[in-house]
Write a protein that binds this ligand. Structure first.
Ligand SMILES: Nc1ncnc2c1ncn2[C@@H]1O[C@H](COP(=O)(O)OP(=O)(O)OP(=O)(O)O)[C@@H](O)[C@H]1O
Ligand SMILES: [Mg+2]
Length: 388
């Protein structure tokens, strides 16, 4: 659960931060001075679930109304000295969920937040799944292959609940990388029914690859794709985050309003590159775009895919060229990858000993808490140590 606080006075931010932290230990809370942060910039960078505006006045209501139109999934709470009936009415019309007086104690603030959490169907501790966005810097980098196979590894090797969302609205193929079955519905059909979106509709729209691994497939054809809008993604990704430990989105190469919406919401972005000049050129461009969107460096984790030792261009050369550290280097393993893709079977199932499978499992350890790993390791080692 991400909570953003806009404040005018740092001691007030501290007061709110403490009130939130006391009741919602899993919440990720950050603050910005109101003057430094216009609302559109705020959504670009952090896409909170709850926005608290301290010291709110009438002047805040217009930007808040615009914000709630584009991001209906954000719950907005105002703390204001103005508690006139007129202000309350205008605030509600602008899409604000709660208004509490500036003189309110921490208890009152906590109670207002608890009501918001309750409405979101969330436990007040506010633990949400992670959103990971995969995108290729250039066609054929392997973004879809890695997104789908990493999703499988997190679900199967680590027992996490994982949703894979295919955002390639034109020719999405992510489901085919890990399953032969036909999806029951897709992102466009779900978007058409957005007014009745809830956890059970989301689950019913997804291909159930395993009990804990579900895929929301891309639209069947480009005409259907026109129906999908950024507000739909806002609602779908938020809901998915509440119901899964990991929401992995396979993004198209061309950035548009919809993909930027998902990139904003992502906890981590994984741009996928290879070590040849054309990839590097496009990779550089993509990282420049991320900078212009004000994404912190820590949000971007570059993957080099299909790595071969002894190539002309090294990982260090790439890091220099893109002025960014490479986080992961996935080995090349042509035959195993091709076999997995041709059969529609995840590589870690078809060939668990393959270098790509081993690498993805290692990568998974970074994102799964050690206690959960101990459980799955224990379970796996018992299974493999069985004789006969
Ligand atoms: N580490 C790897 N080793 C060998 N082959 C790989 C590896 N990763 C991916 N591939 C192969 O590359 C092919 C293309 O991958 P994929 O379709 O995932 O690329 P993409 O970046 O999603 O491309 P697009 O931009 O067209 O969506 C896959 O069919 C797979 O066989
Ligand atoms: Mg792809």
């Amino acid at each position: 659960m991400k909570i953003k606080v806009l404040y005018n006075d740092a001691t007030r931010f501290e007061f709110i931060r403490r009130a939130v932290a006391e009741k919602s230990s899993g919440a990720d809370i950050s603050g910005s001075l109101q003057a430094d942060n216009t609302l559109p910039a705020l959504i670009n960078g952090s896409a909170p679930d709850v926005l608290i505006v301290d010291d709110a006045t009438r002047a805040n209501l217009n930007p808040i109304e615009s914000l709630s139109l584009v991001s209906p999934g954000i719950d907005i709470l105002l703390v204001s000295a103005d508690t006139s009936a007129e202000f309350l009415m205008n605030a509600m019309r602008a899409g604000v969920r709660e208004v509490i007086p500036s003189s309110a104690s921490q208890d009152i603030l906590q109670a207002a937040l608890a009501r918001i959490m309750h409405k979101r169907g969330k436990h007040p501790s506010g633990n949400d799944g992670k959103v990971f966005a995969f995108l290729s810097c250039k066609g054929g980098s392997g973004a879809t292959f890695l997104a789908a196979n990493f999703a499988y590894v997190l679900a199967h090797e680590f027992g996490r609940r994982v949703a894979l969302i295919d955002l390639n609205l034109q020719f999405g193929d992510a489901a085919m990388f890990v399953s032969e079955s036909h999806p029951p519905s897709n992102l466009a059909e779900l978007s058409q029914q957005i007014h009745r979106l809830d956890a059970s509709l989301l689950a019913a729209s997804m291909l159930q690859v395993a009990a804990n691994f579900h895929i929301l497939a891309a639209p069947d054809n480009p005409e259907q794709a026109v129906e999908v809008r950024r507000e739909h993604l806002d609602a779908i990704v938020r809901l998915a985050r509440q119901n899964y430990d990991f929401v992995i989105v396979d993004l198209p190469r061309s950035l548009n309003g919809i993909s930027v919406q998902v990139l904003d919401m992502a906890d981590t972005i994984f741009p996928v590159m290879q070590l040849t000049l054309p990839f590097v050129r496009d990779g550089k461009r993509l990282l420049t775009v991320f900078r212009s969107l004000d994404y912190p460096r820590s949000k971007i984790r570059v993957i080099v895919n299909r790595h071969e030792k002894g190539g002309e261009f090294t990982v260090q050369d790439l890091e220099k060229a893109i002025d960014t550290k490479v986080a992961y280097v996935v080995p090349n393993s042509y035959h195993a990858a091709a076999a997995s893709v041709n059969l529609g079977v995840p590589i870690a199932r078809a060939n668990r000993g393959d270098p790509i499978s081993k690498y993805l499992i290692e990568m998974g350890r970074e994102f799964v808490p050690a206690e959960a790993q101990a459980v799955s390791d224990g379970w796996l080692s018992r299974m493999f140590s069985r004789k006969g």
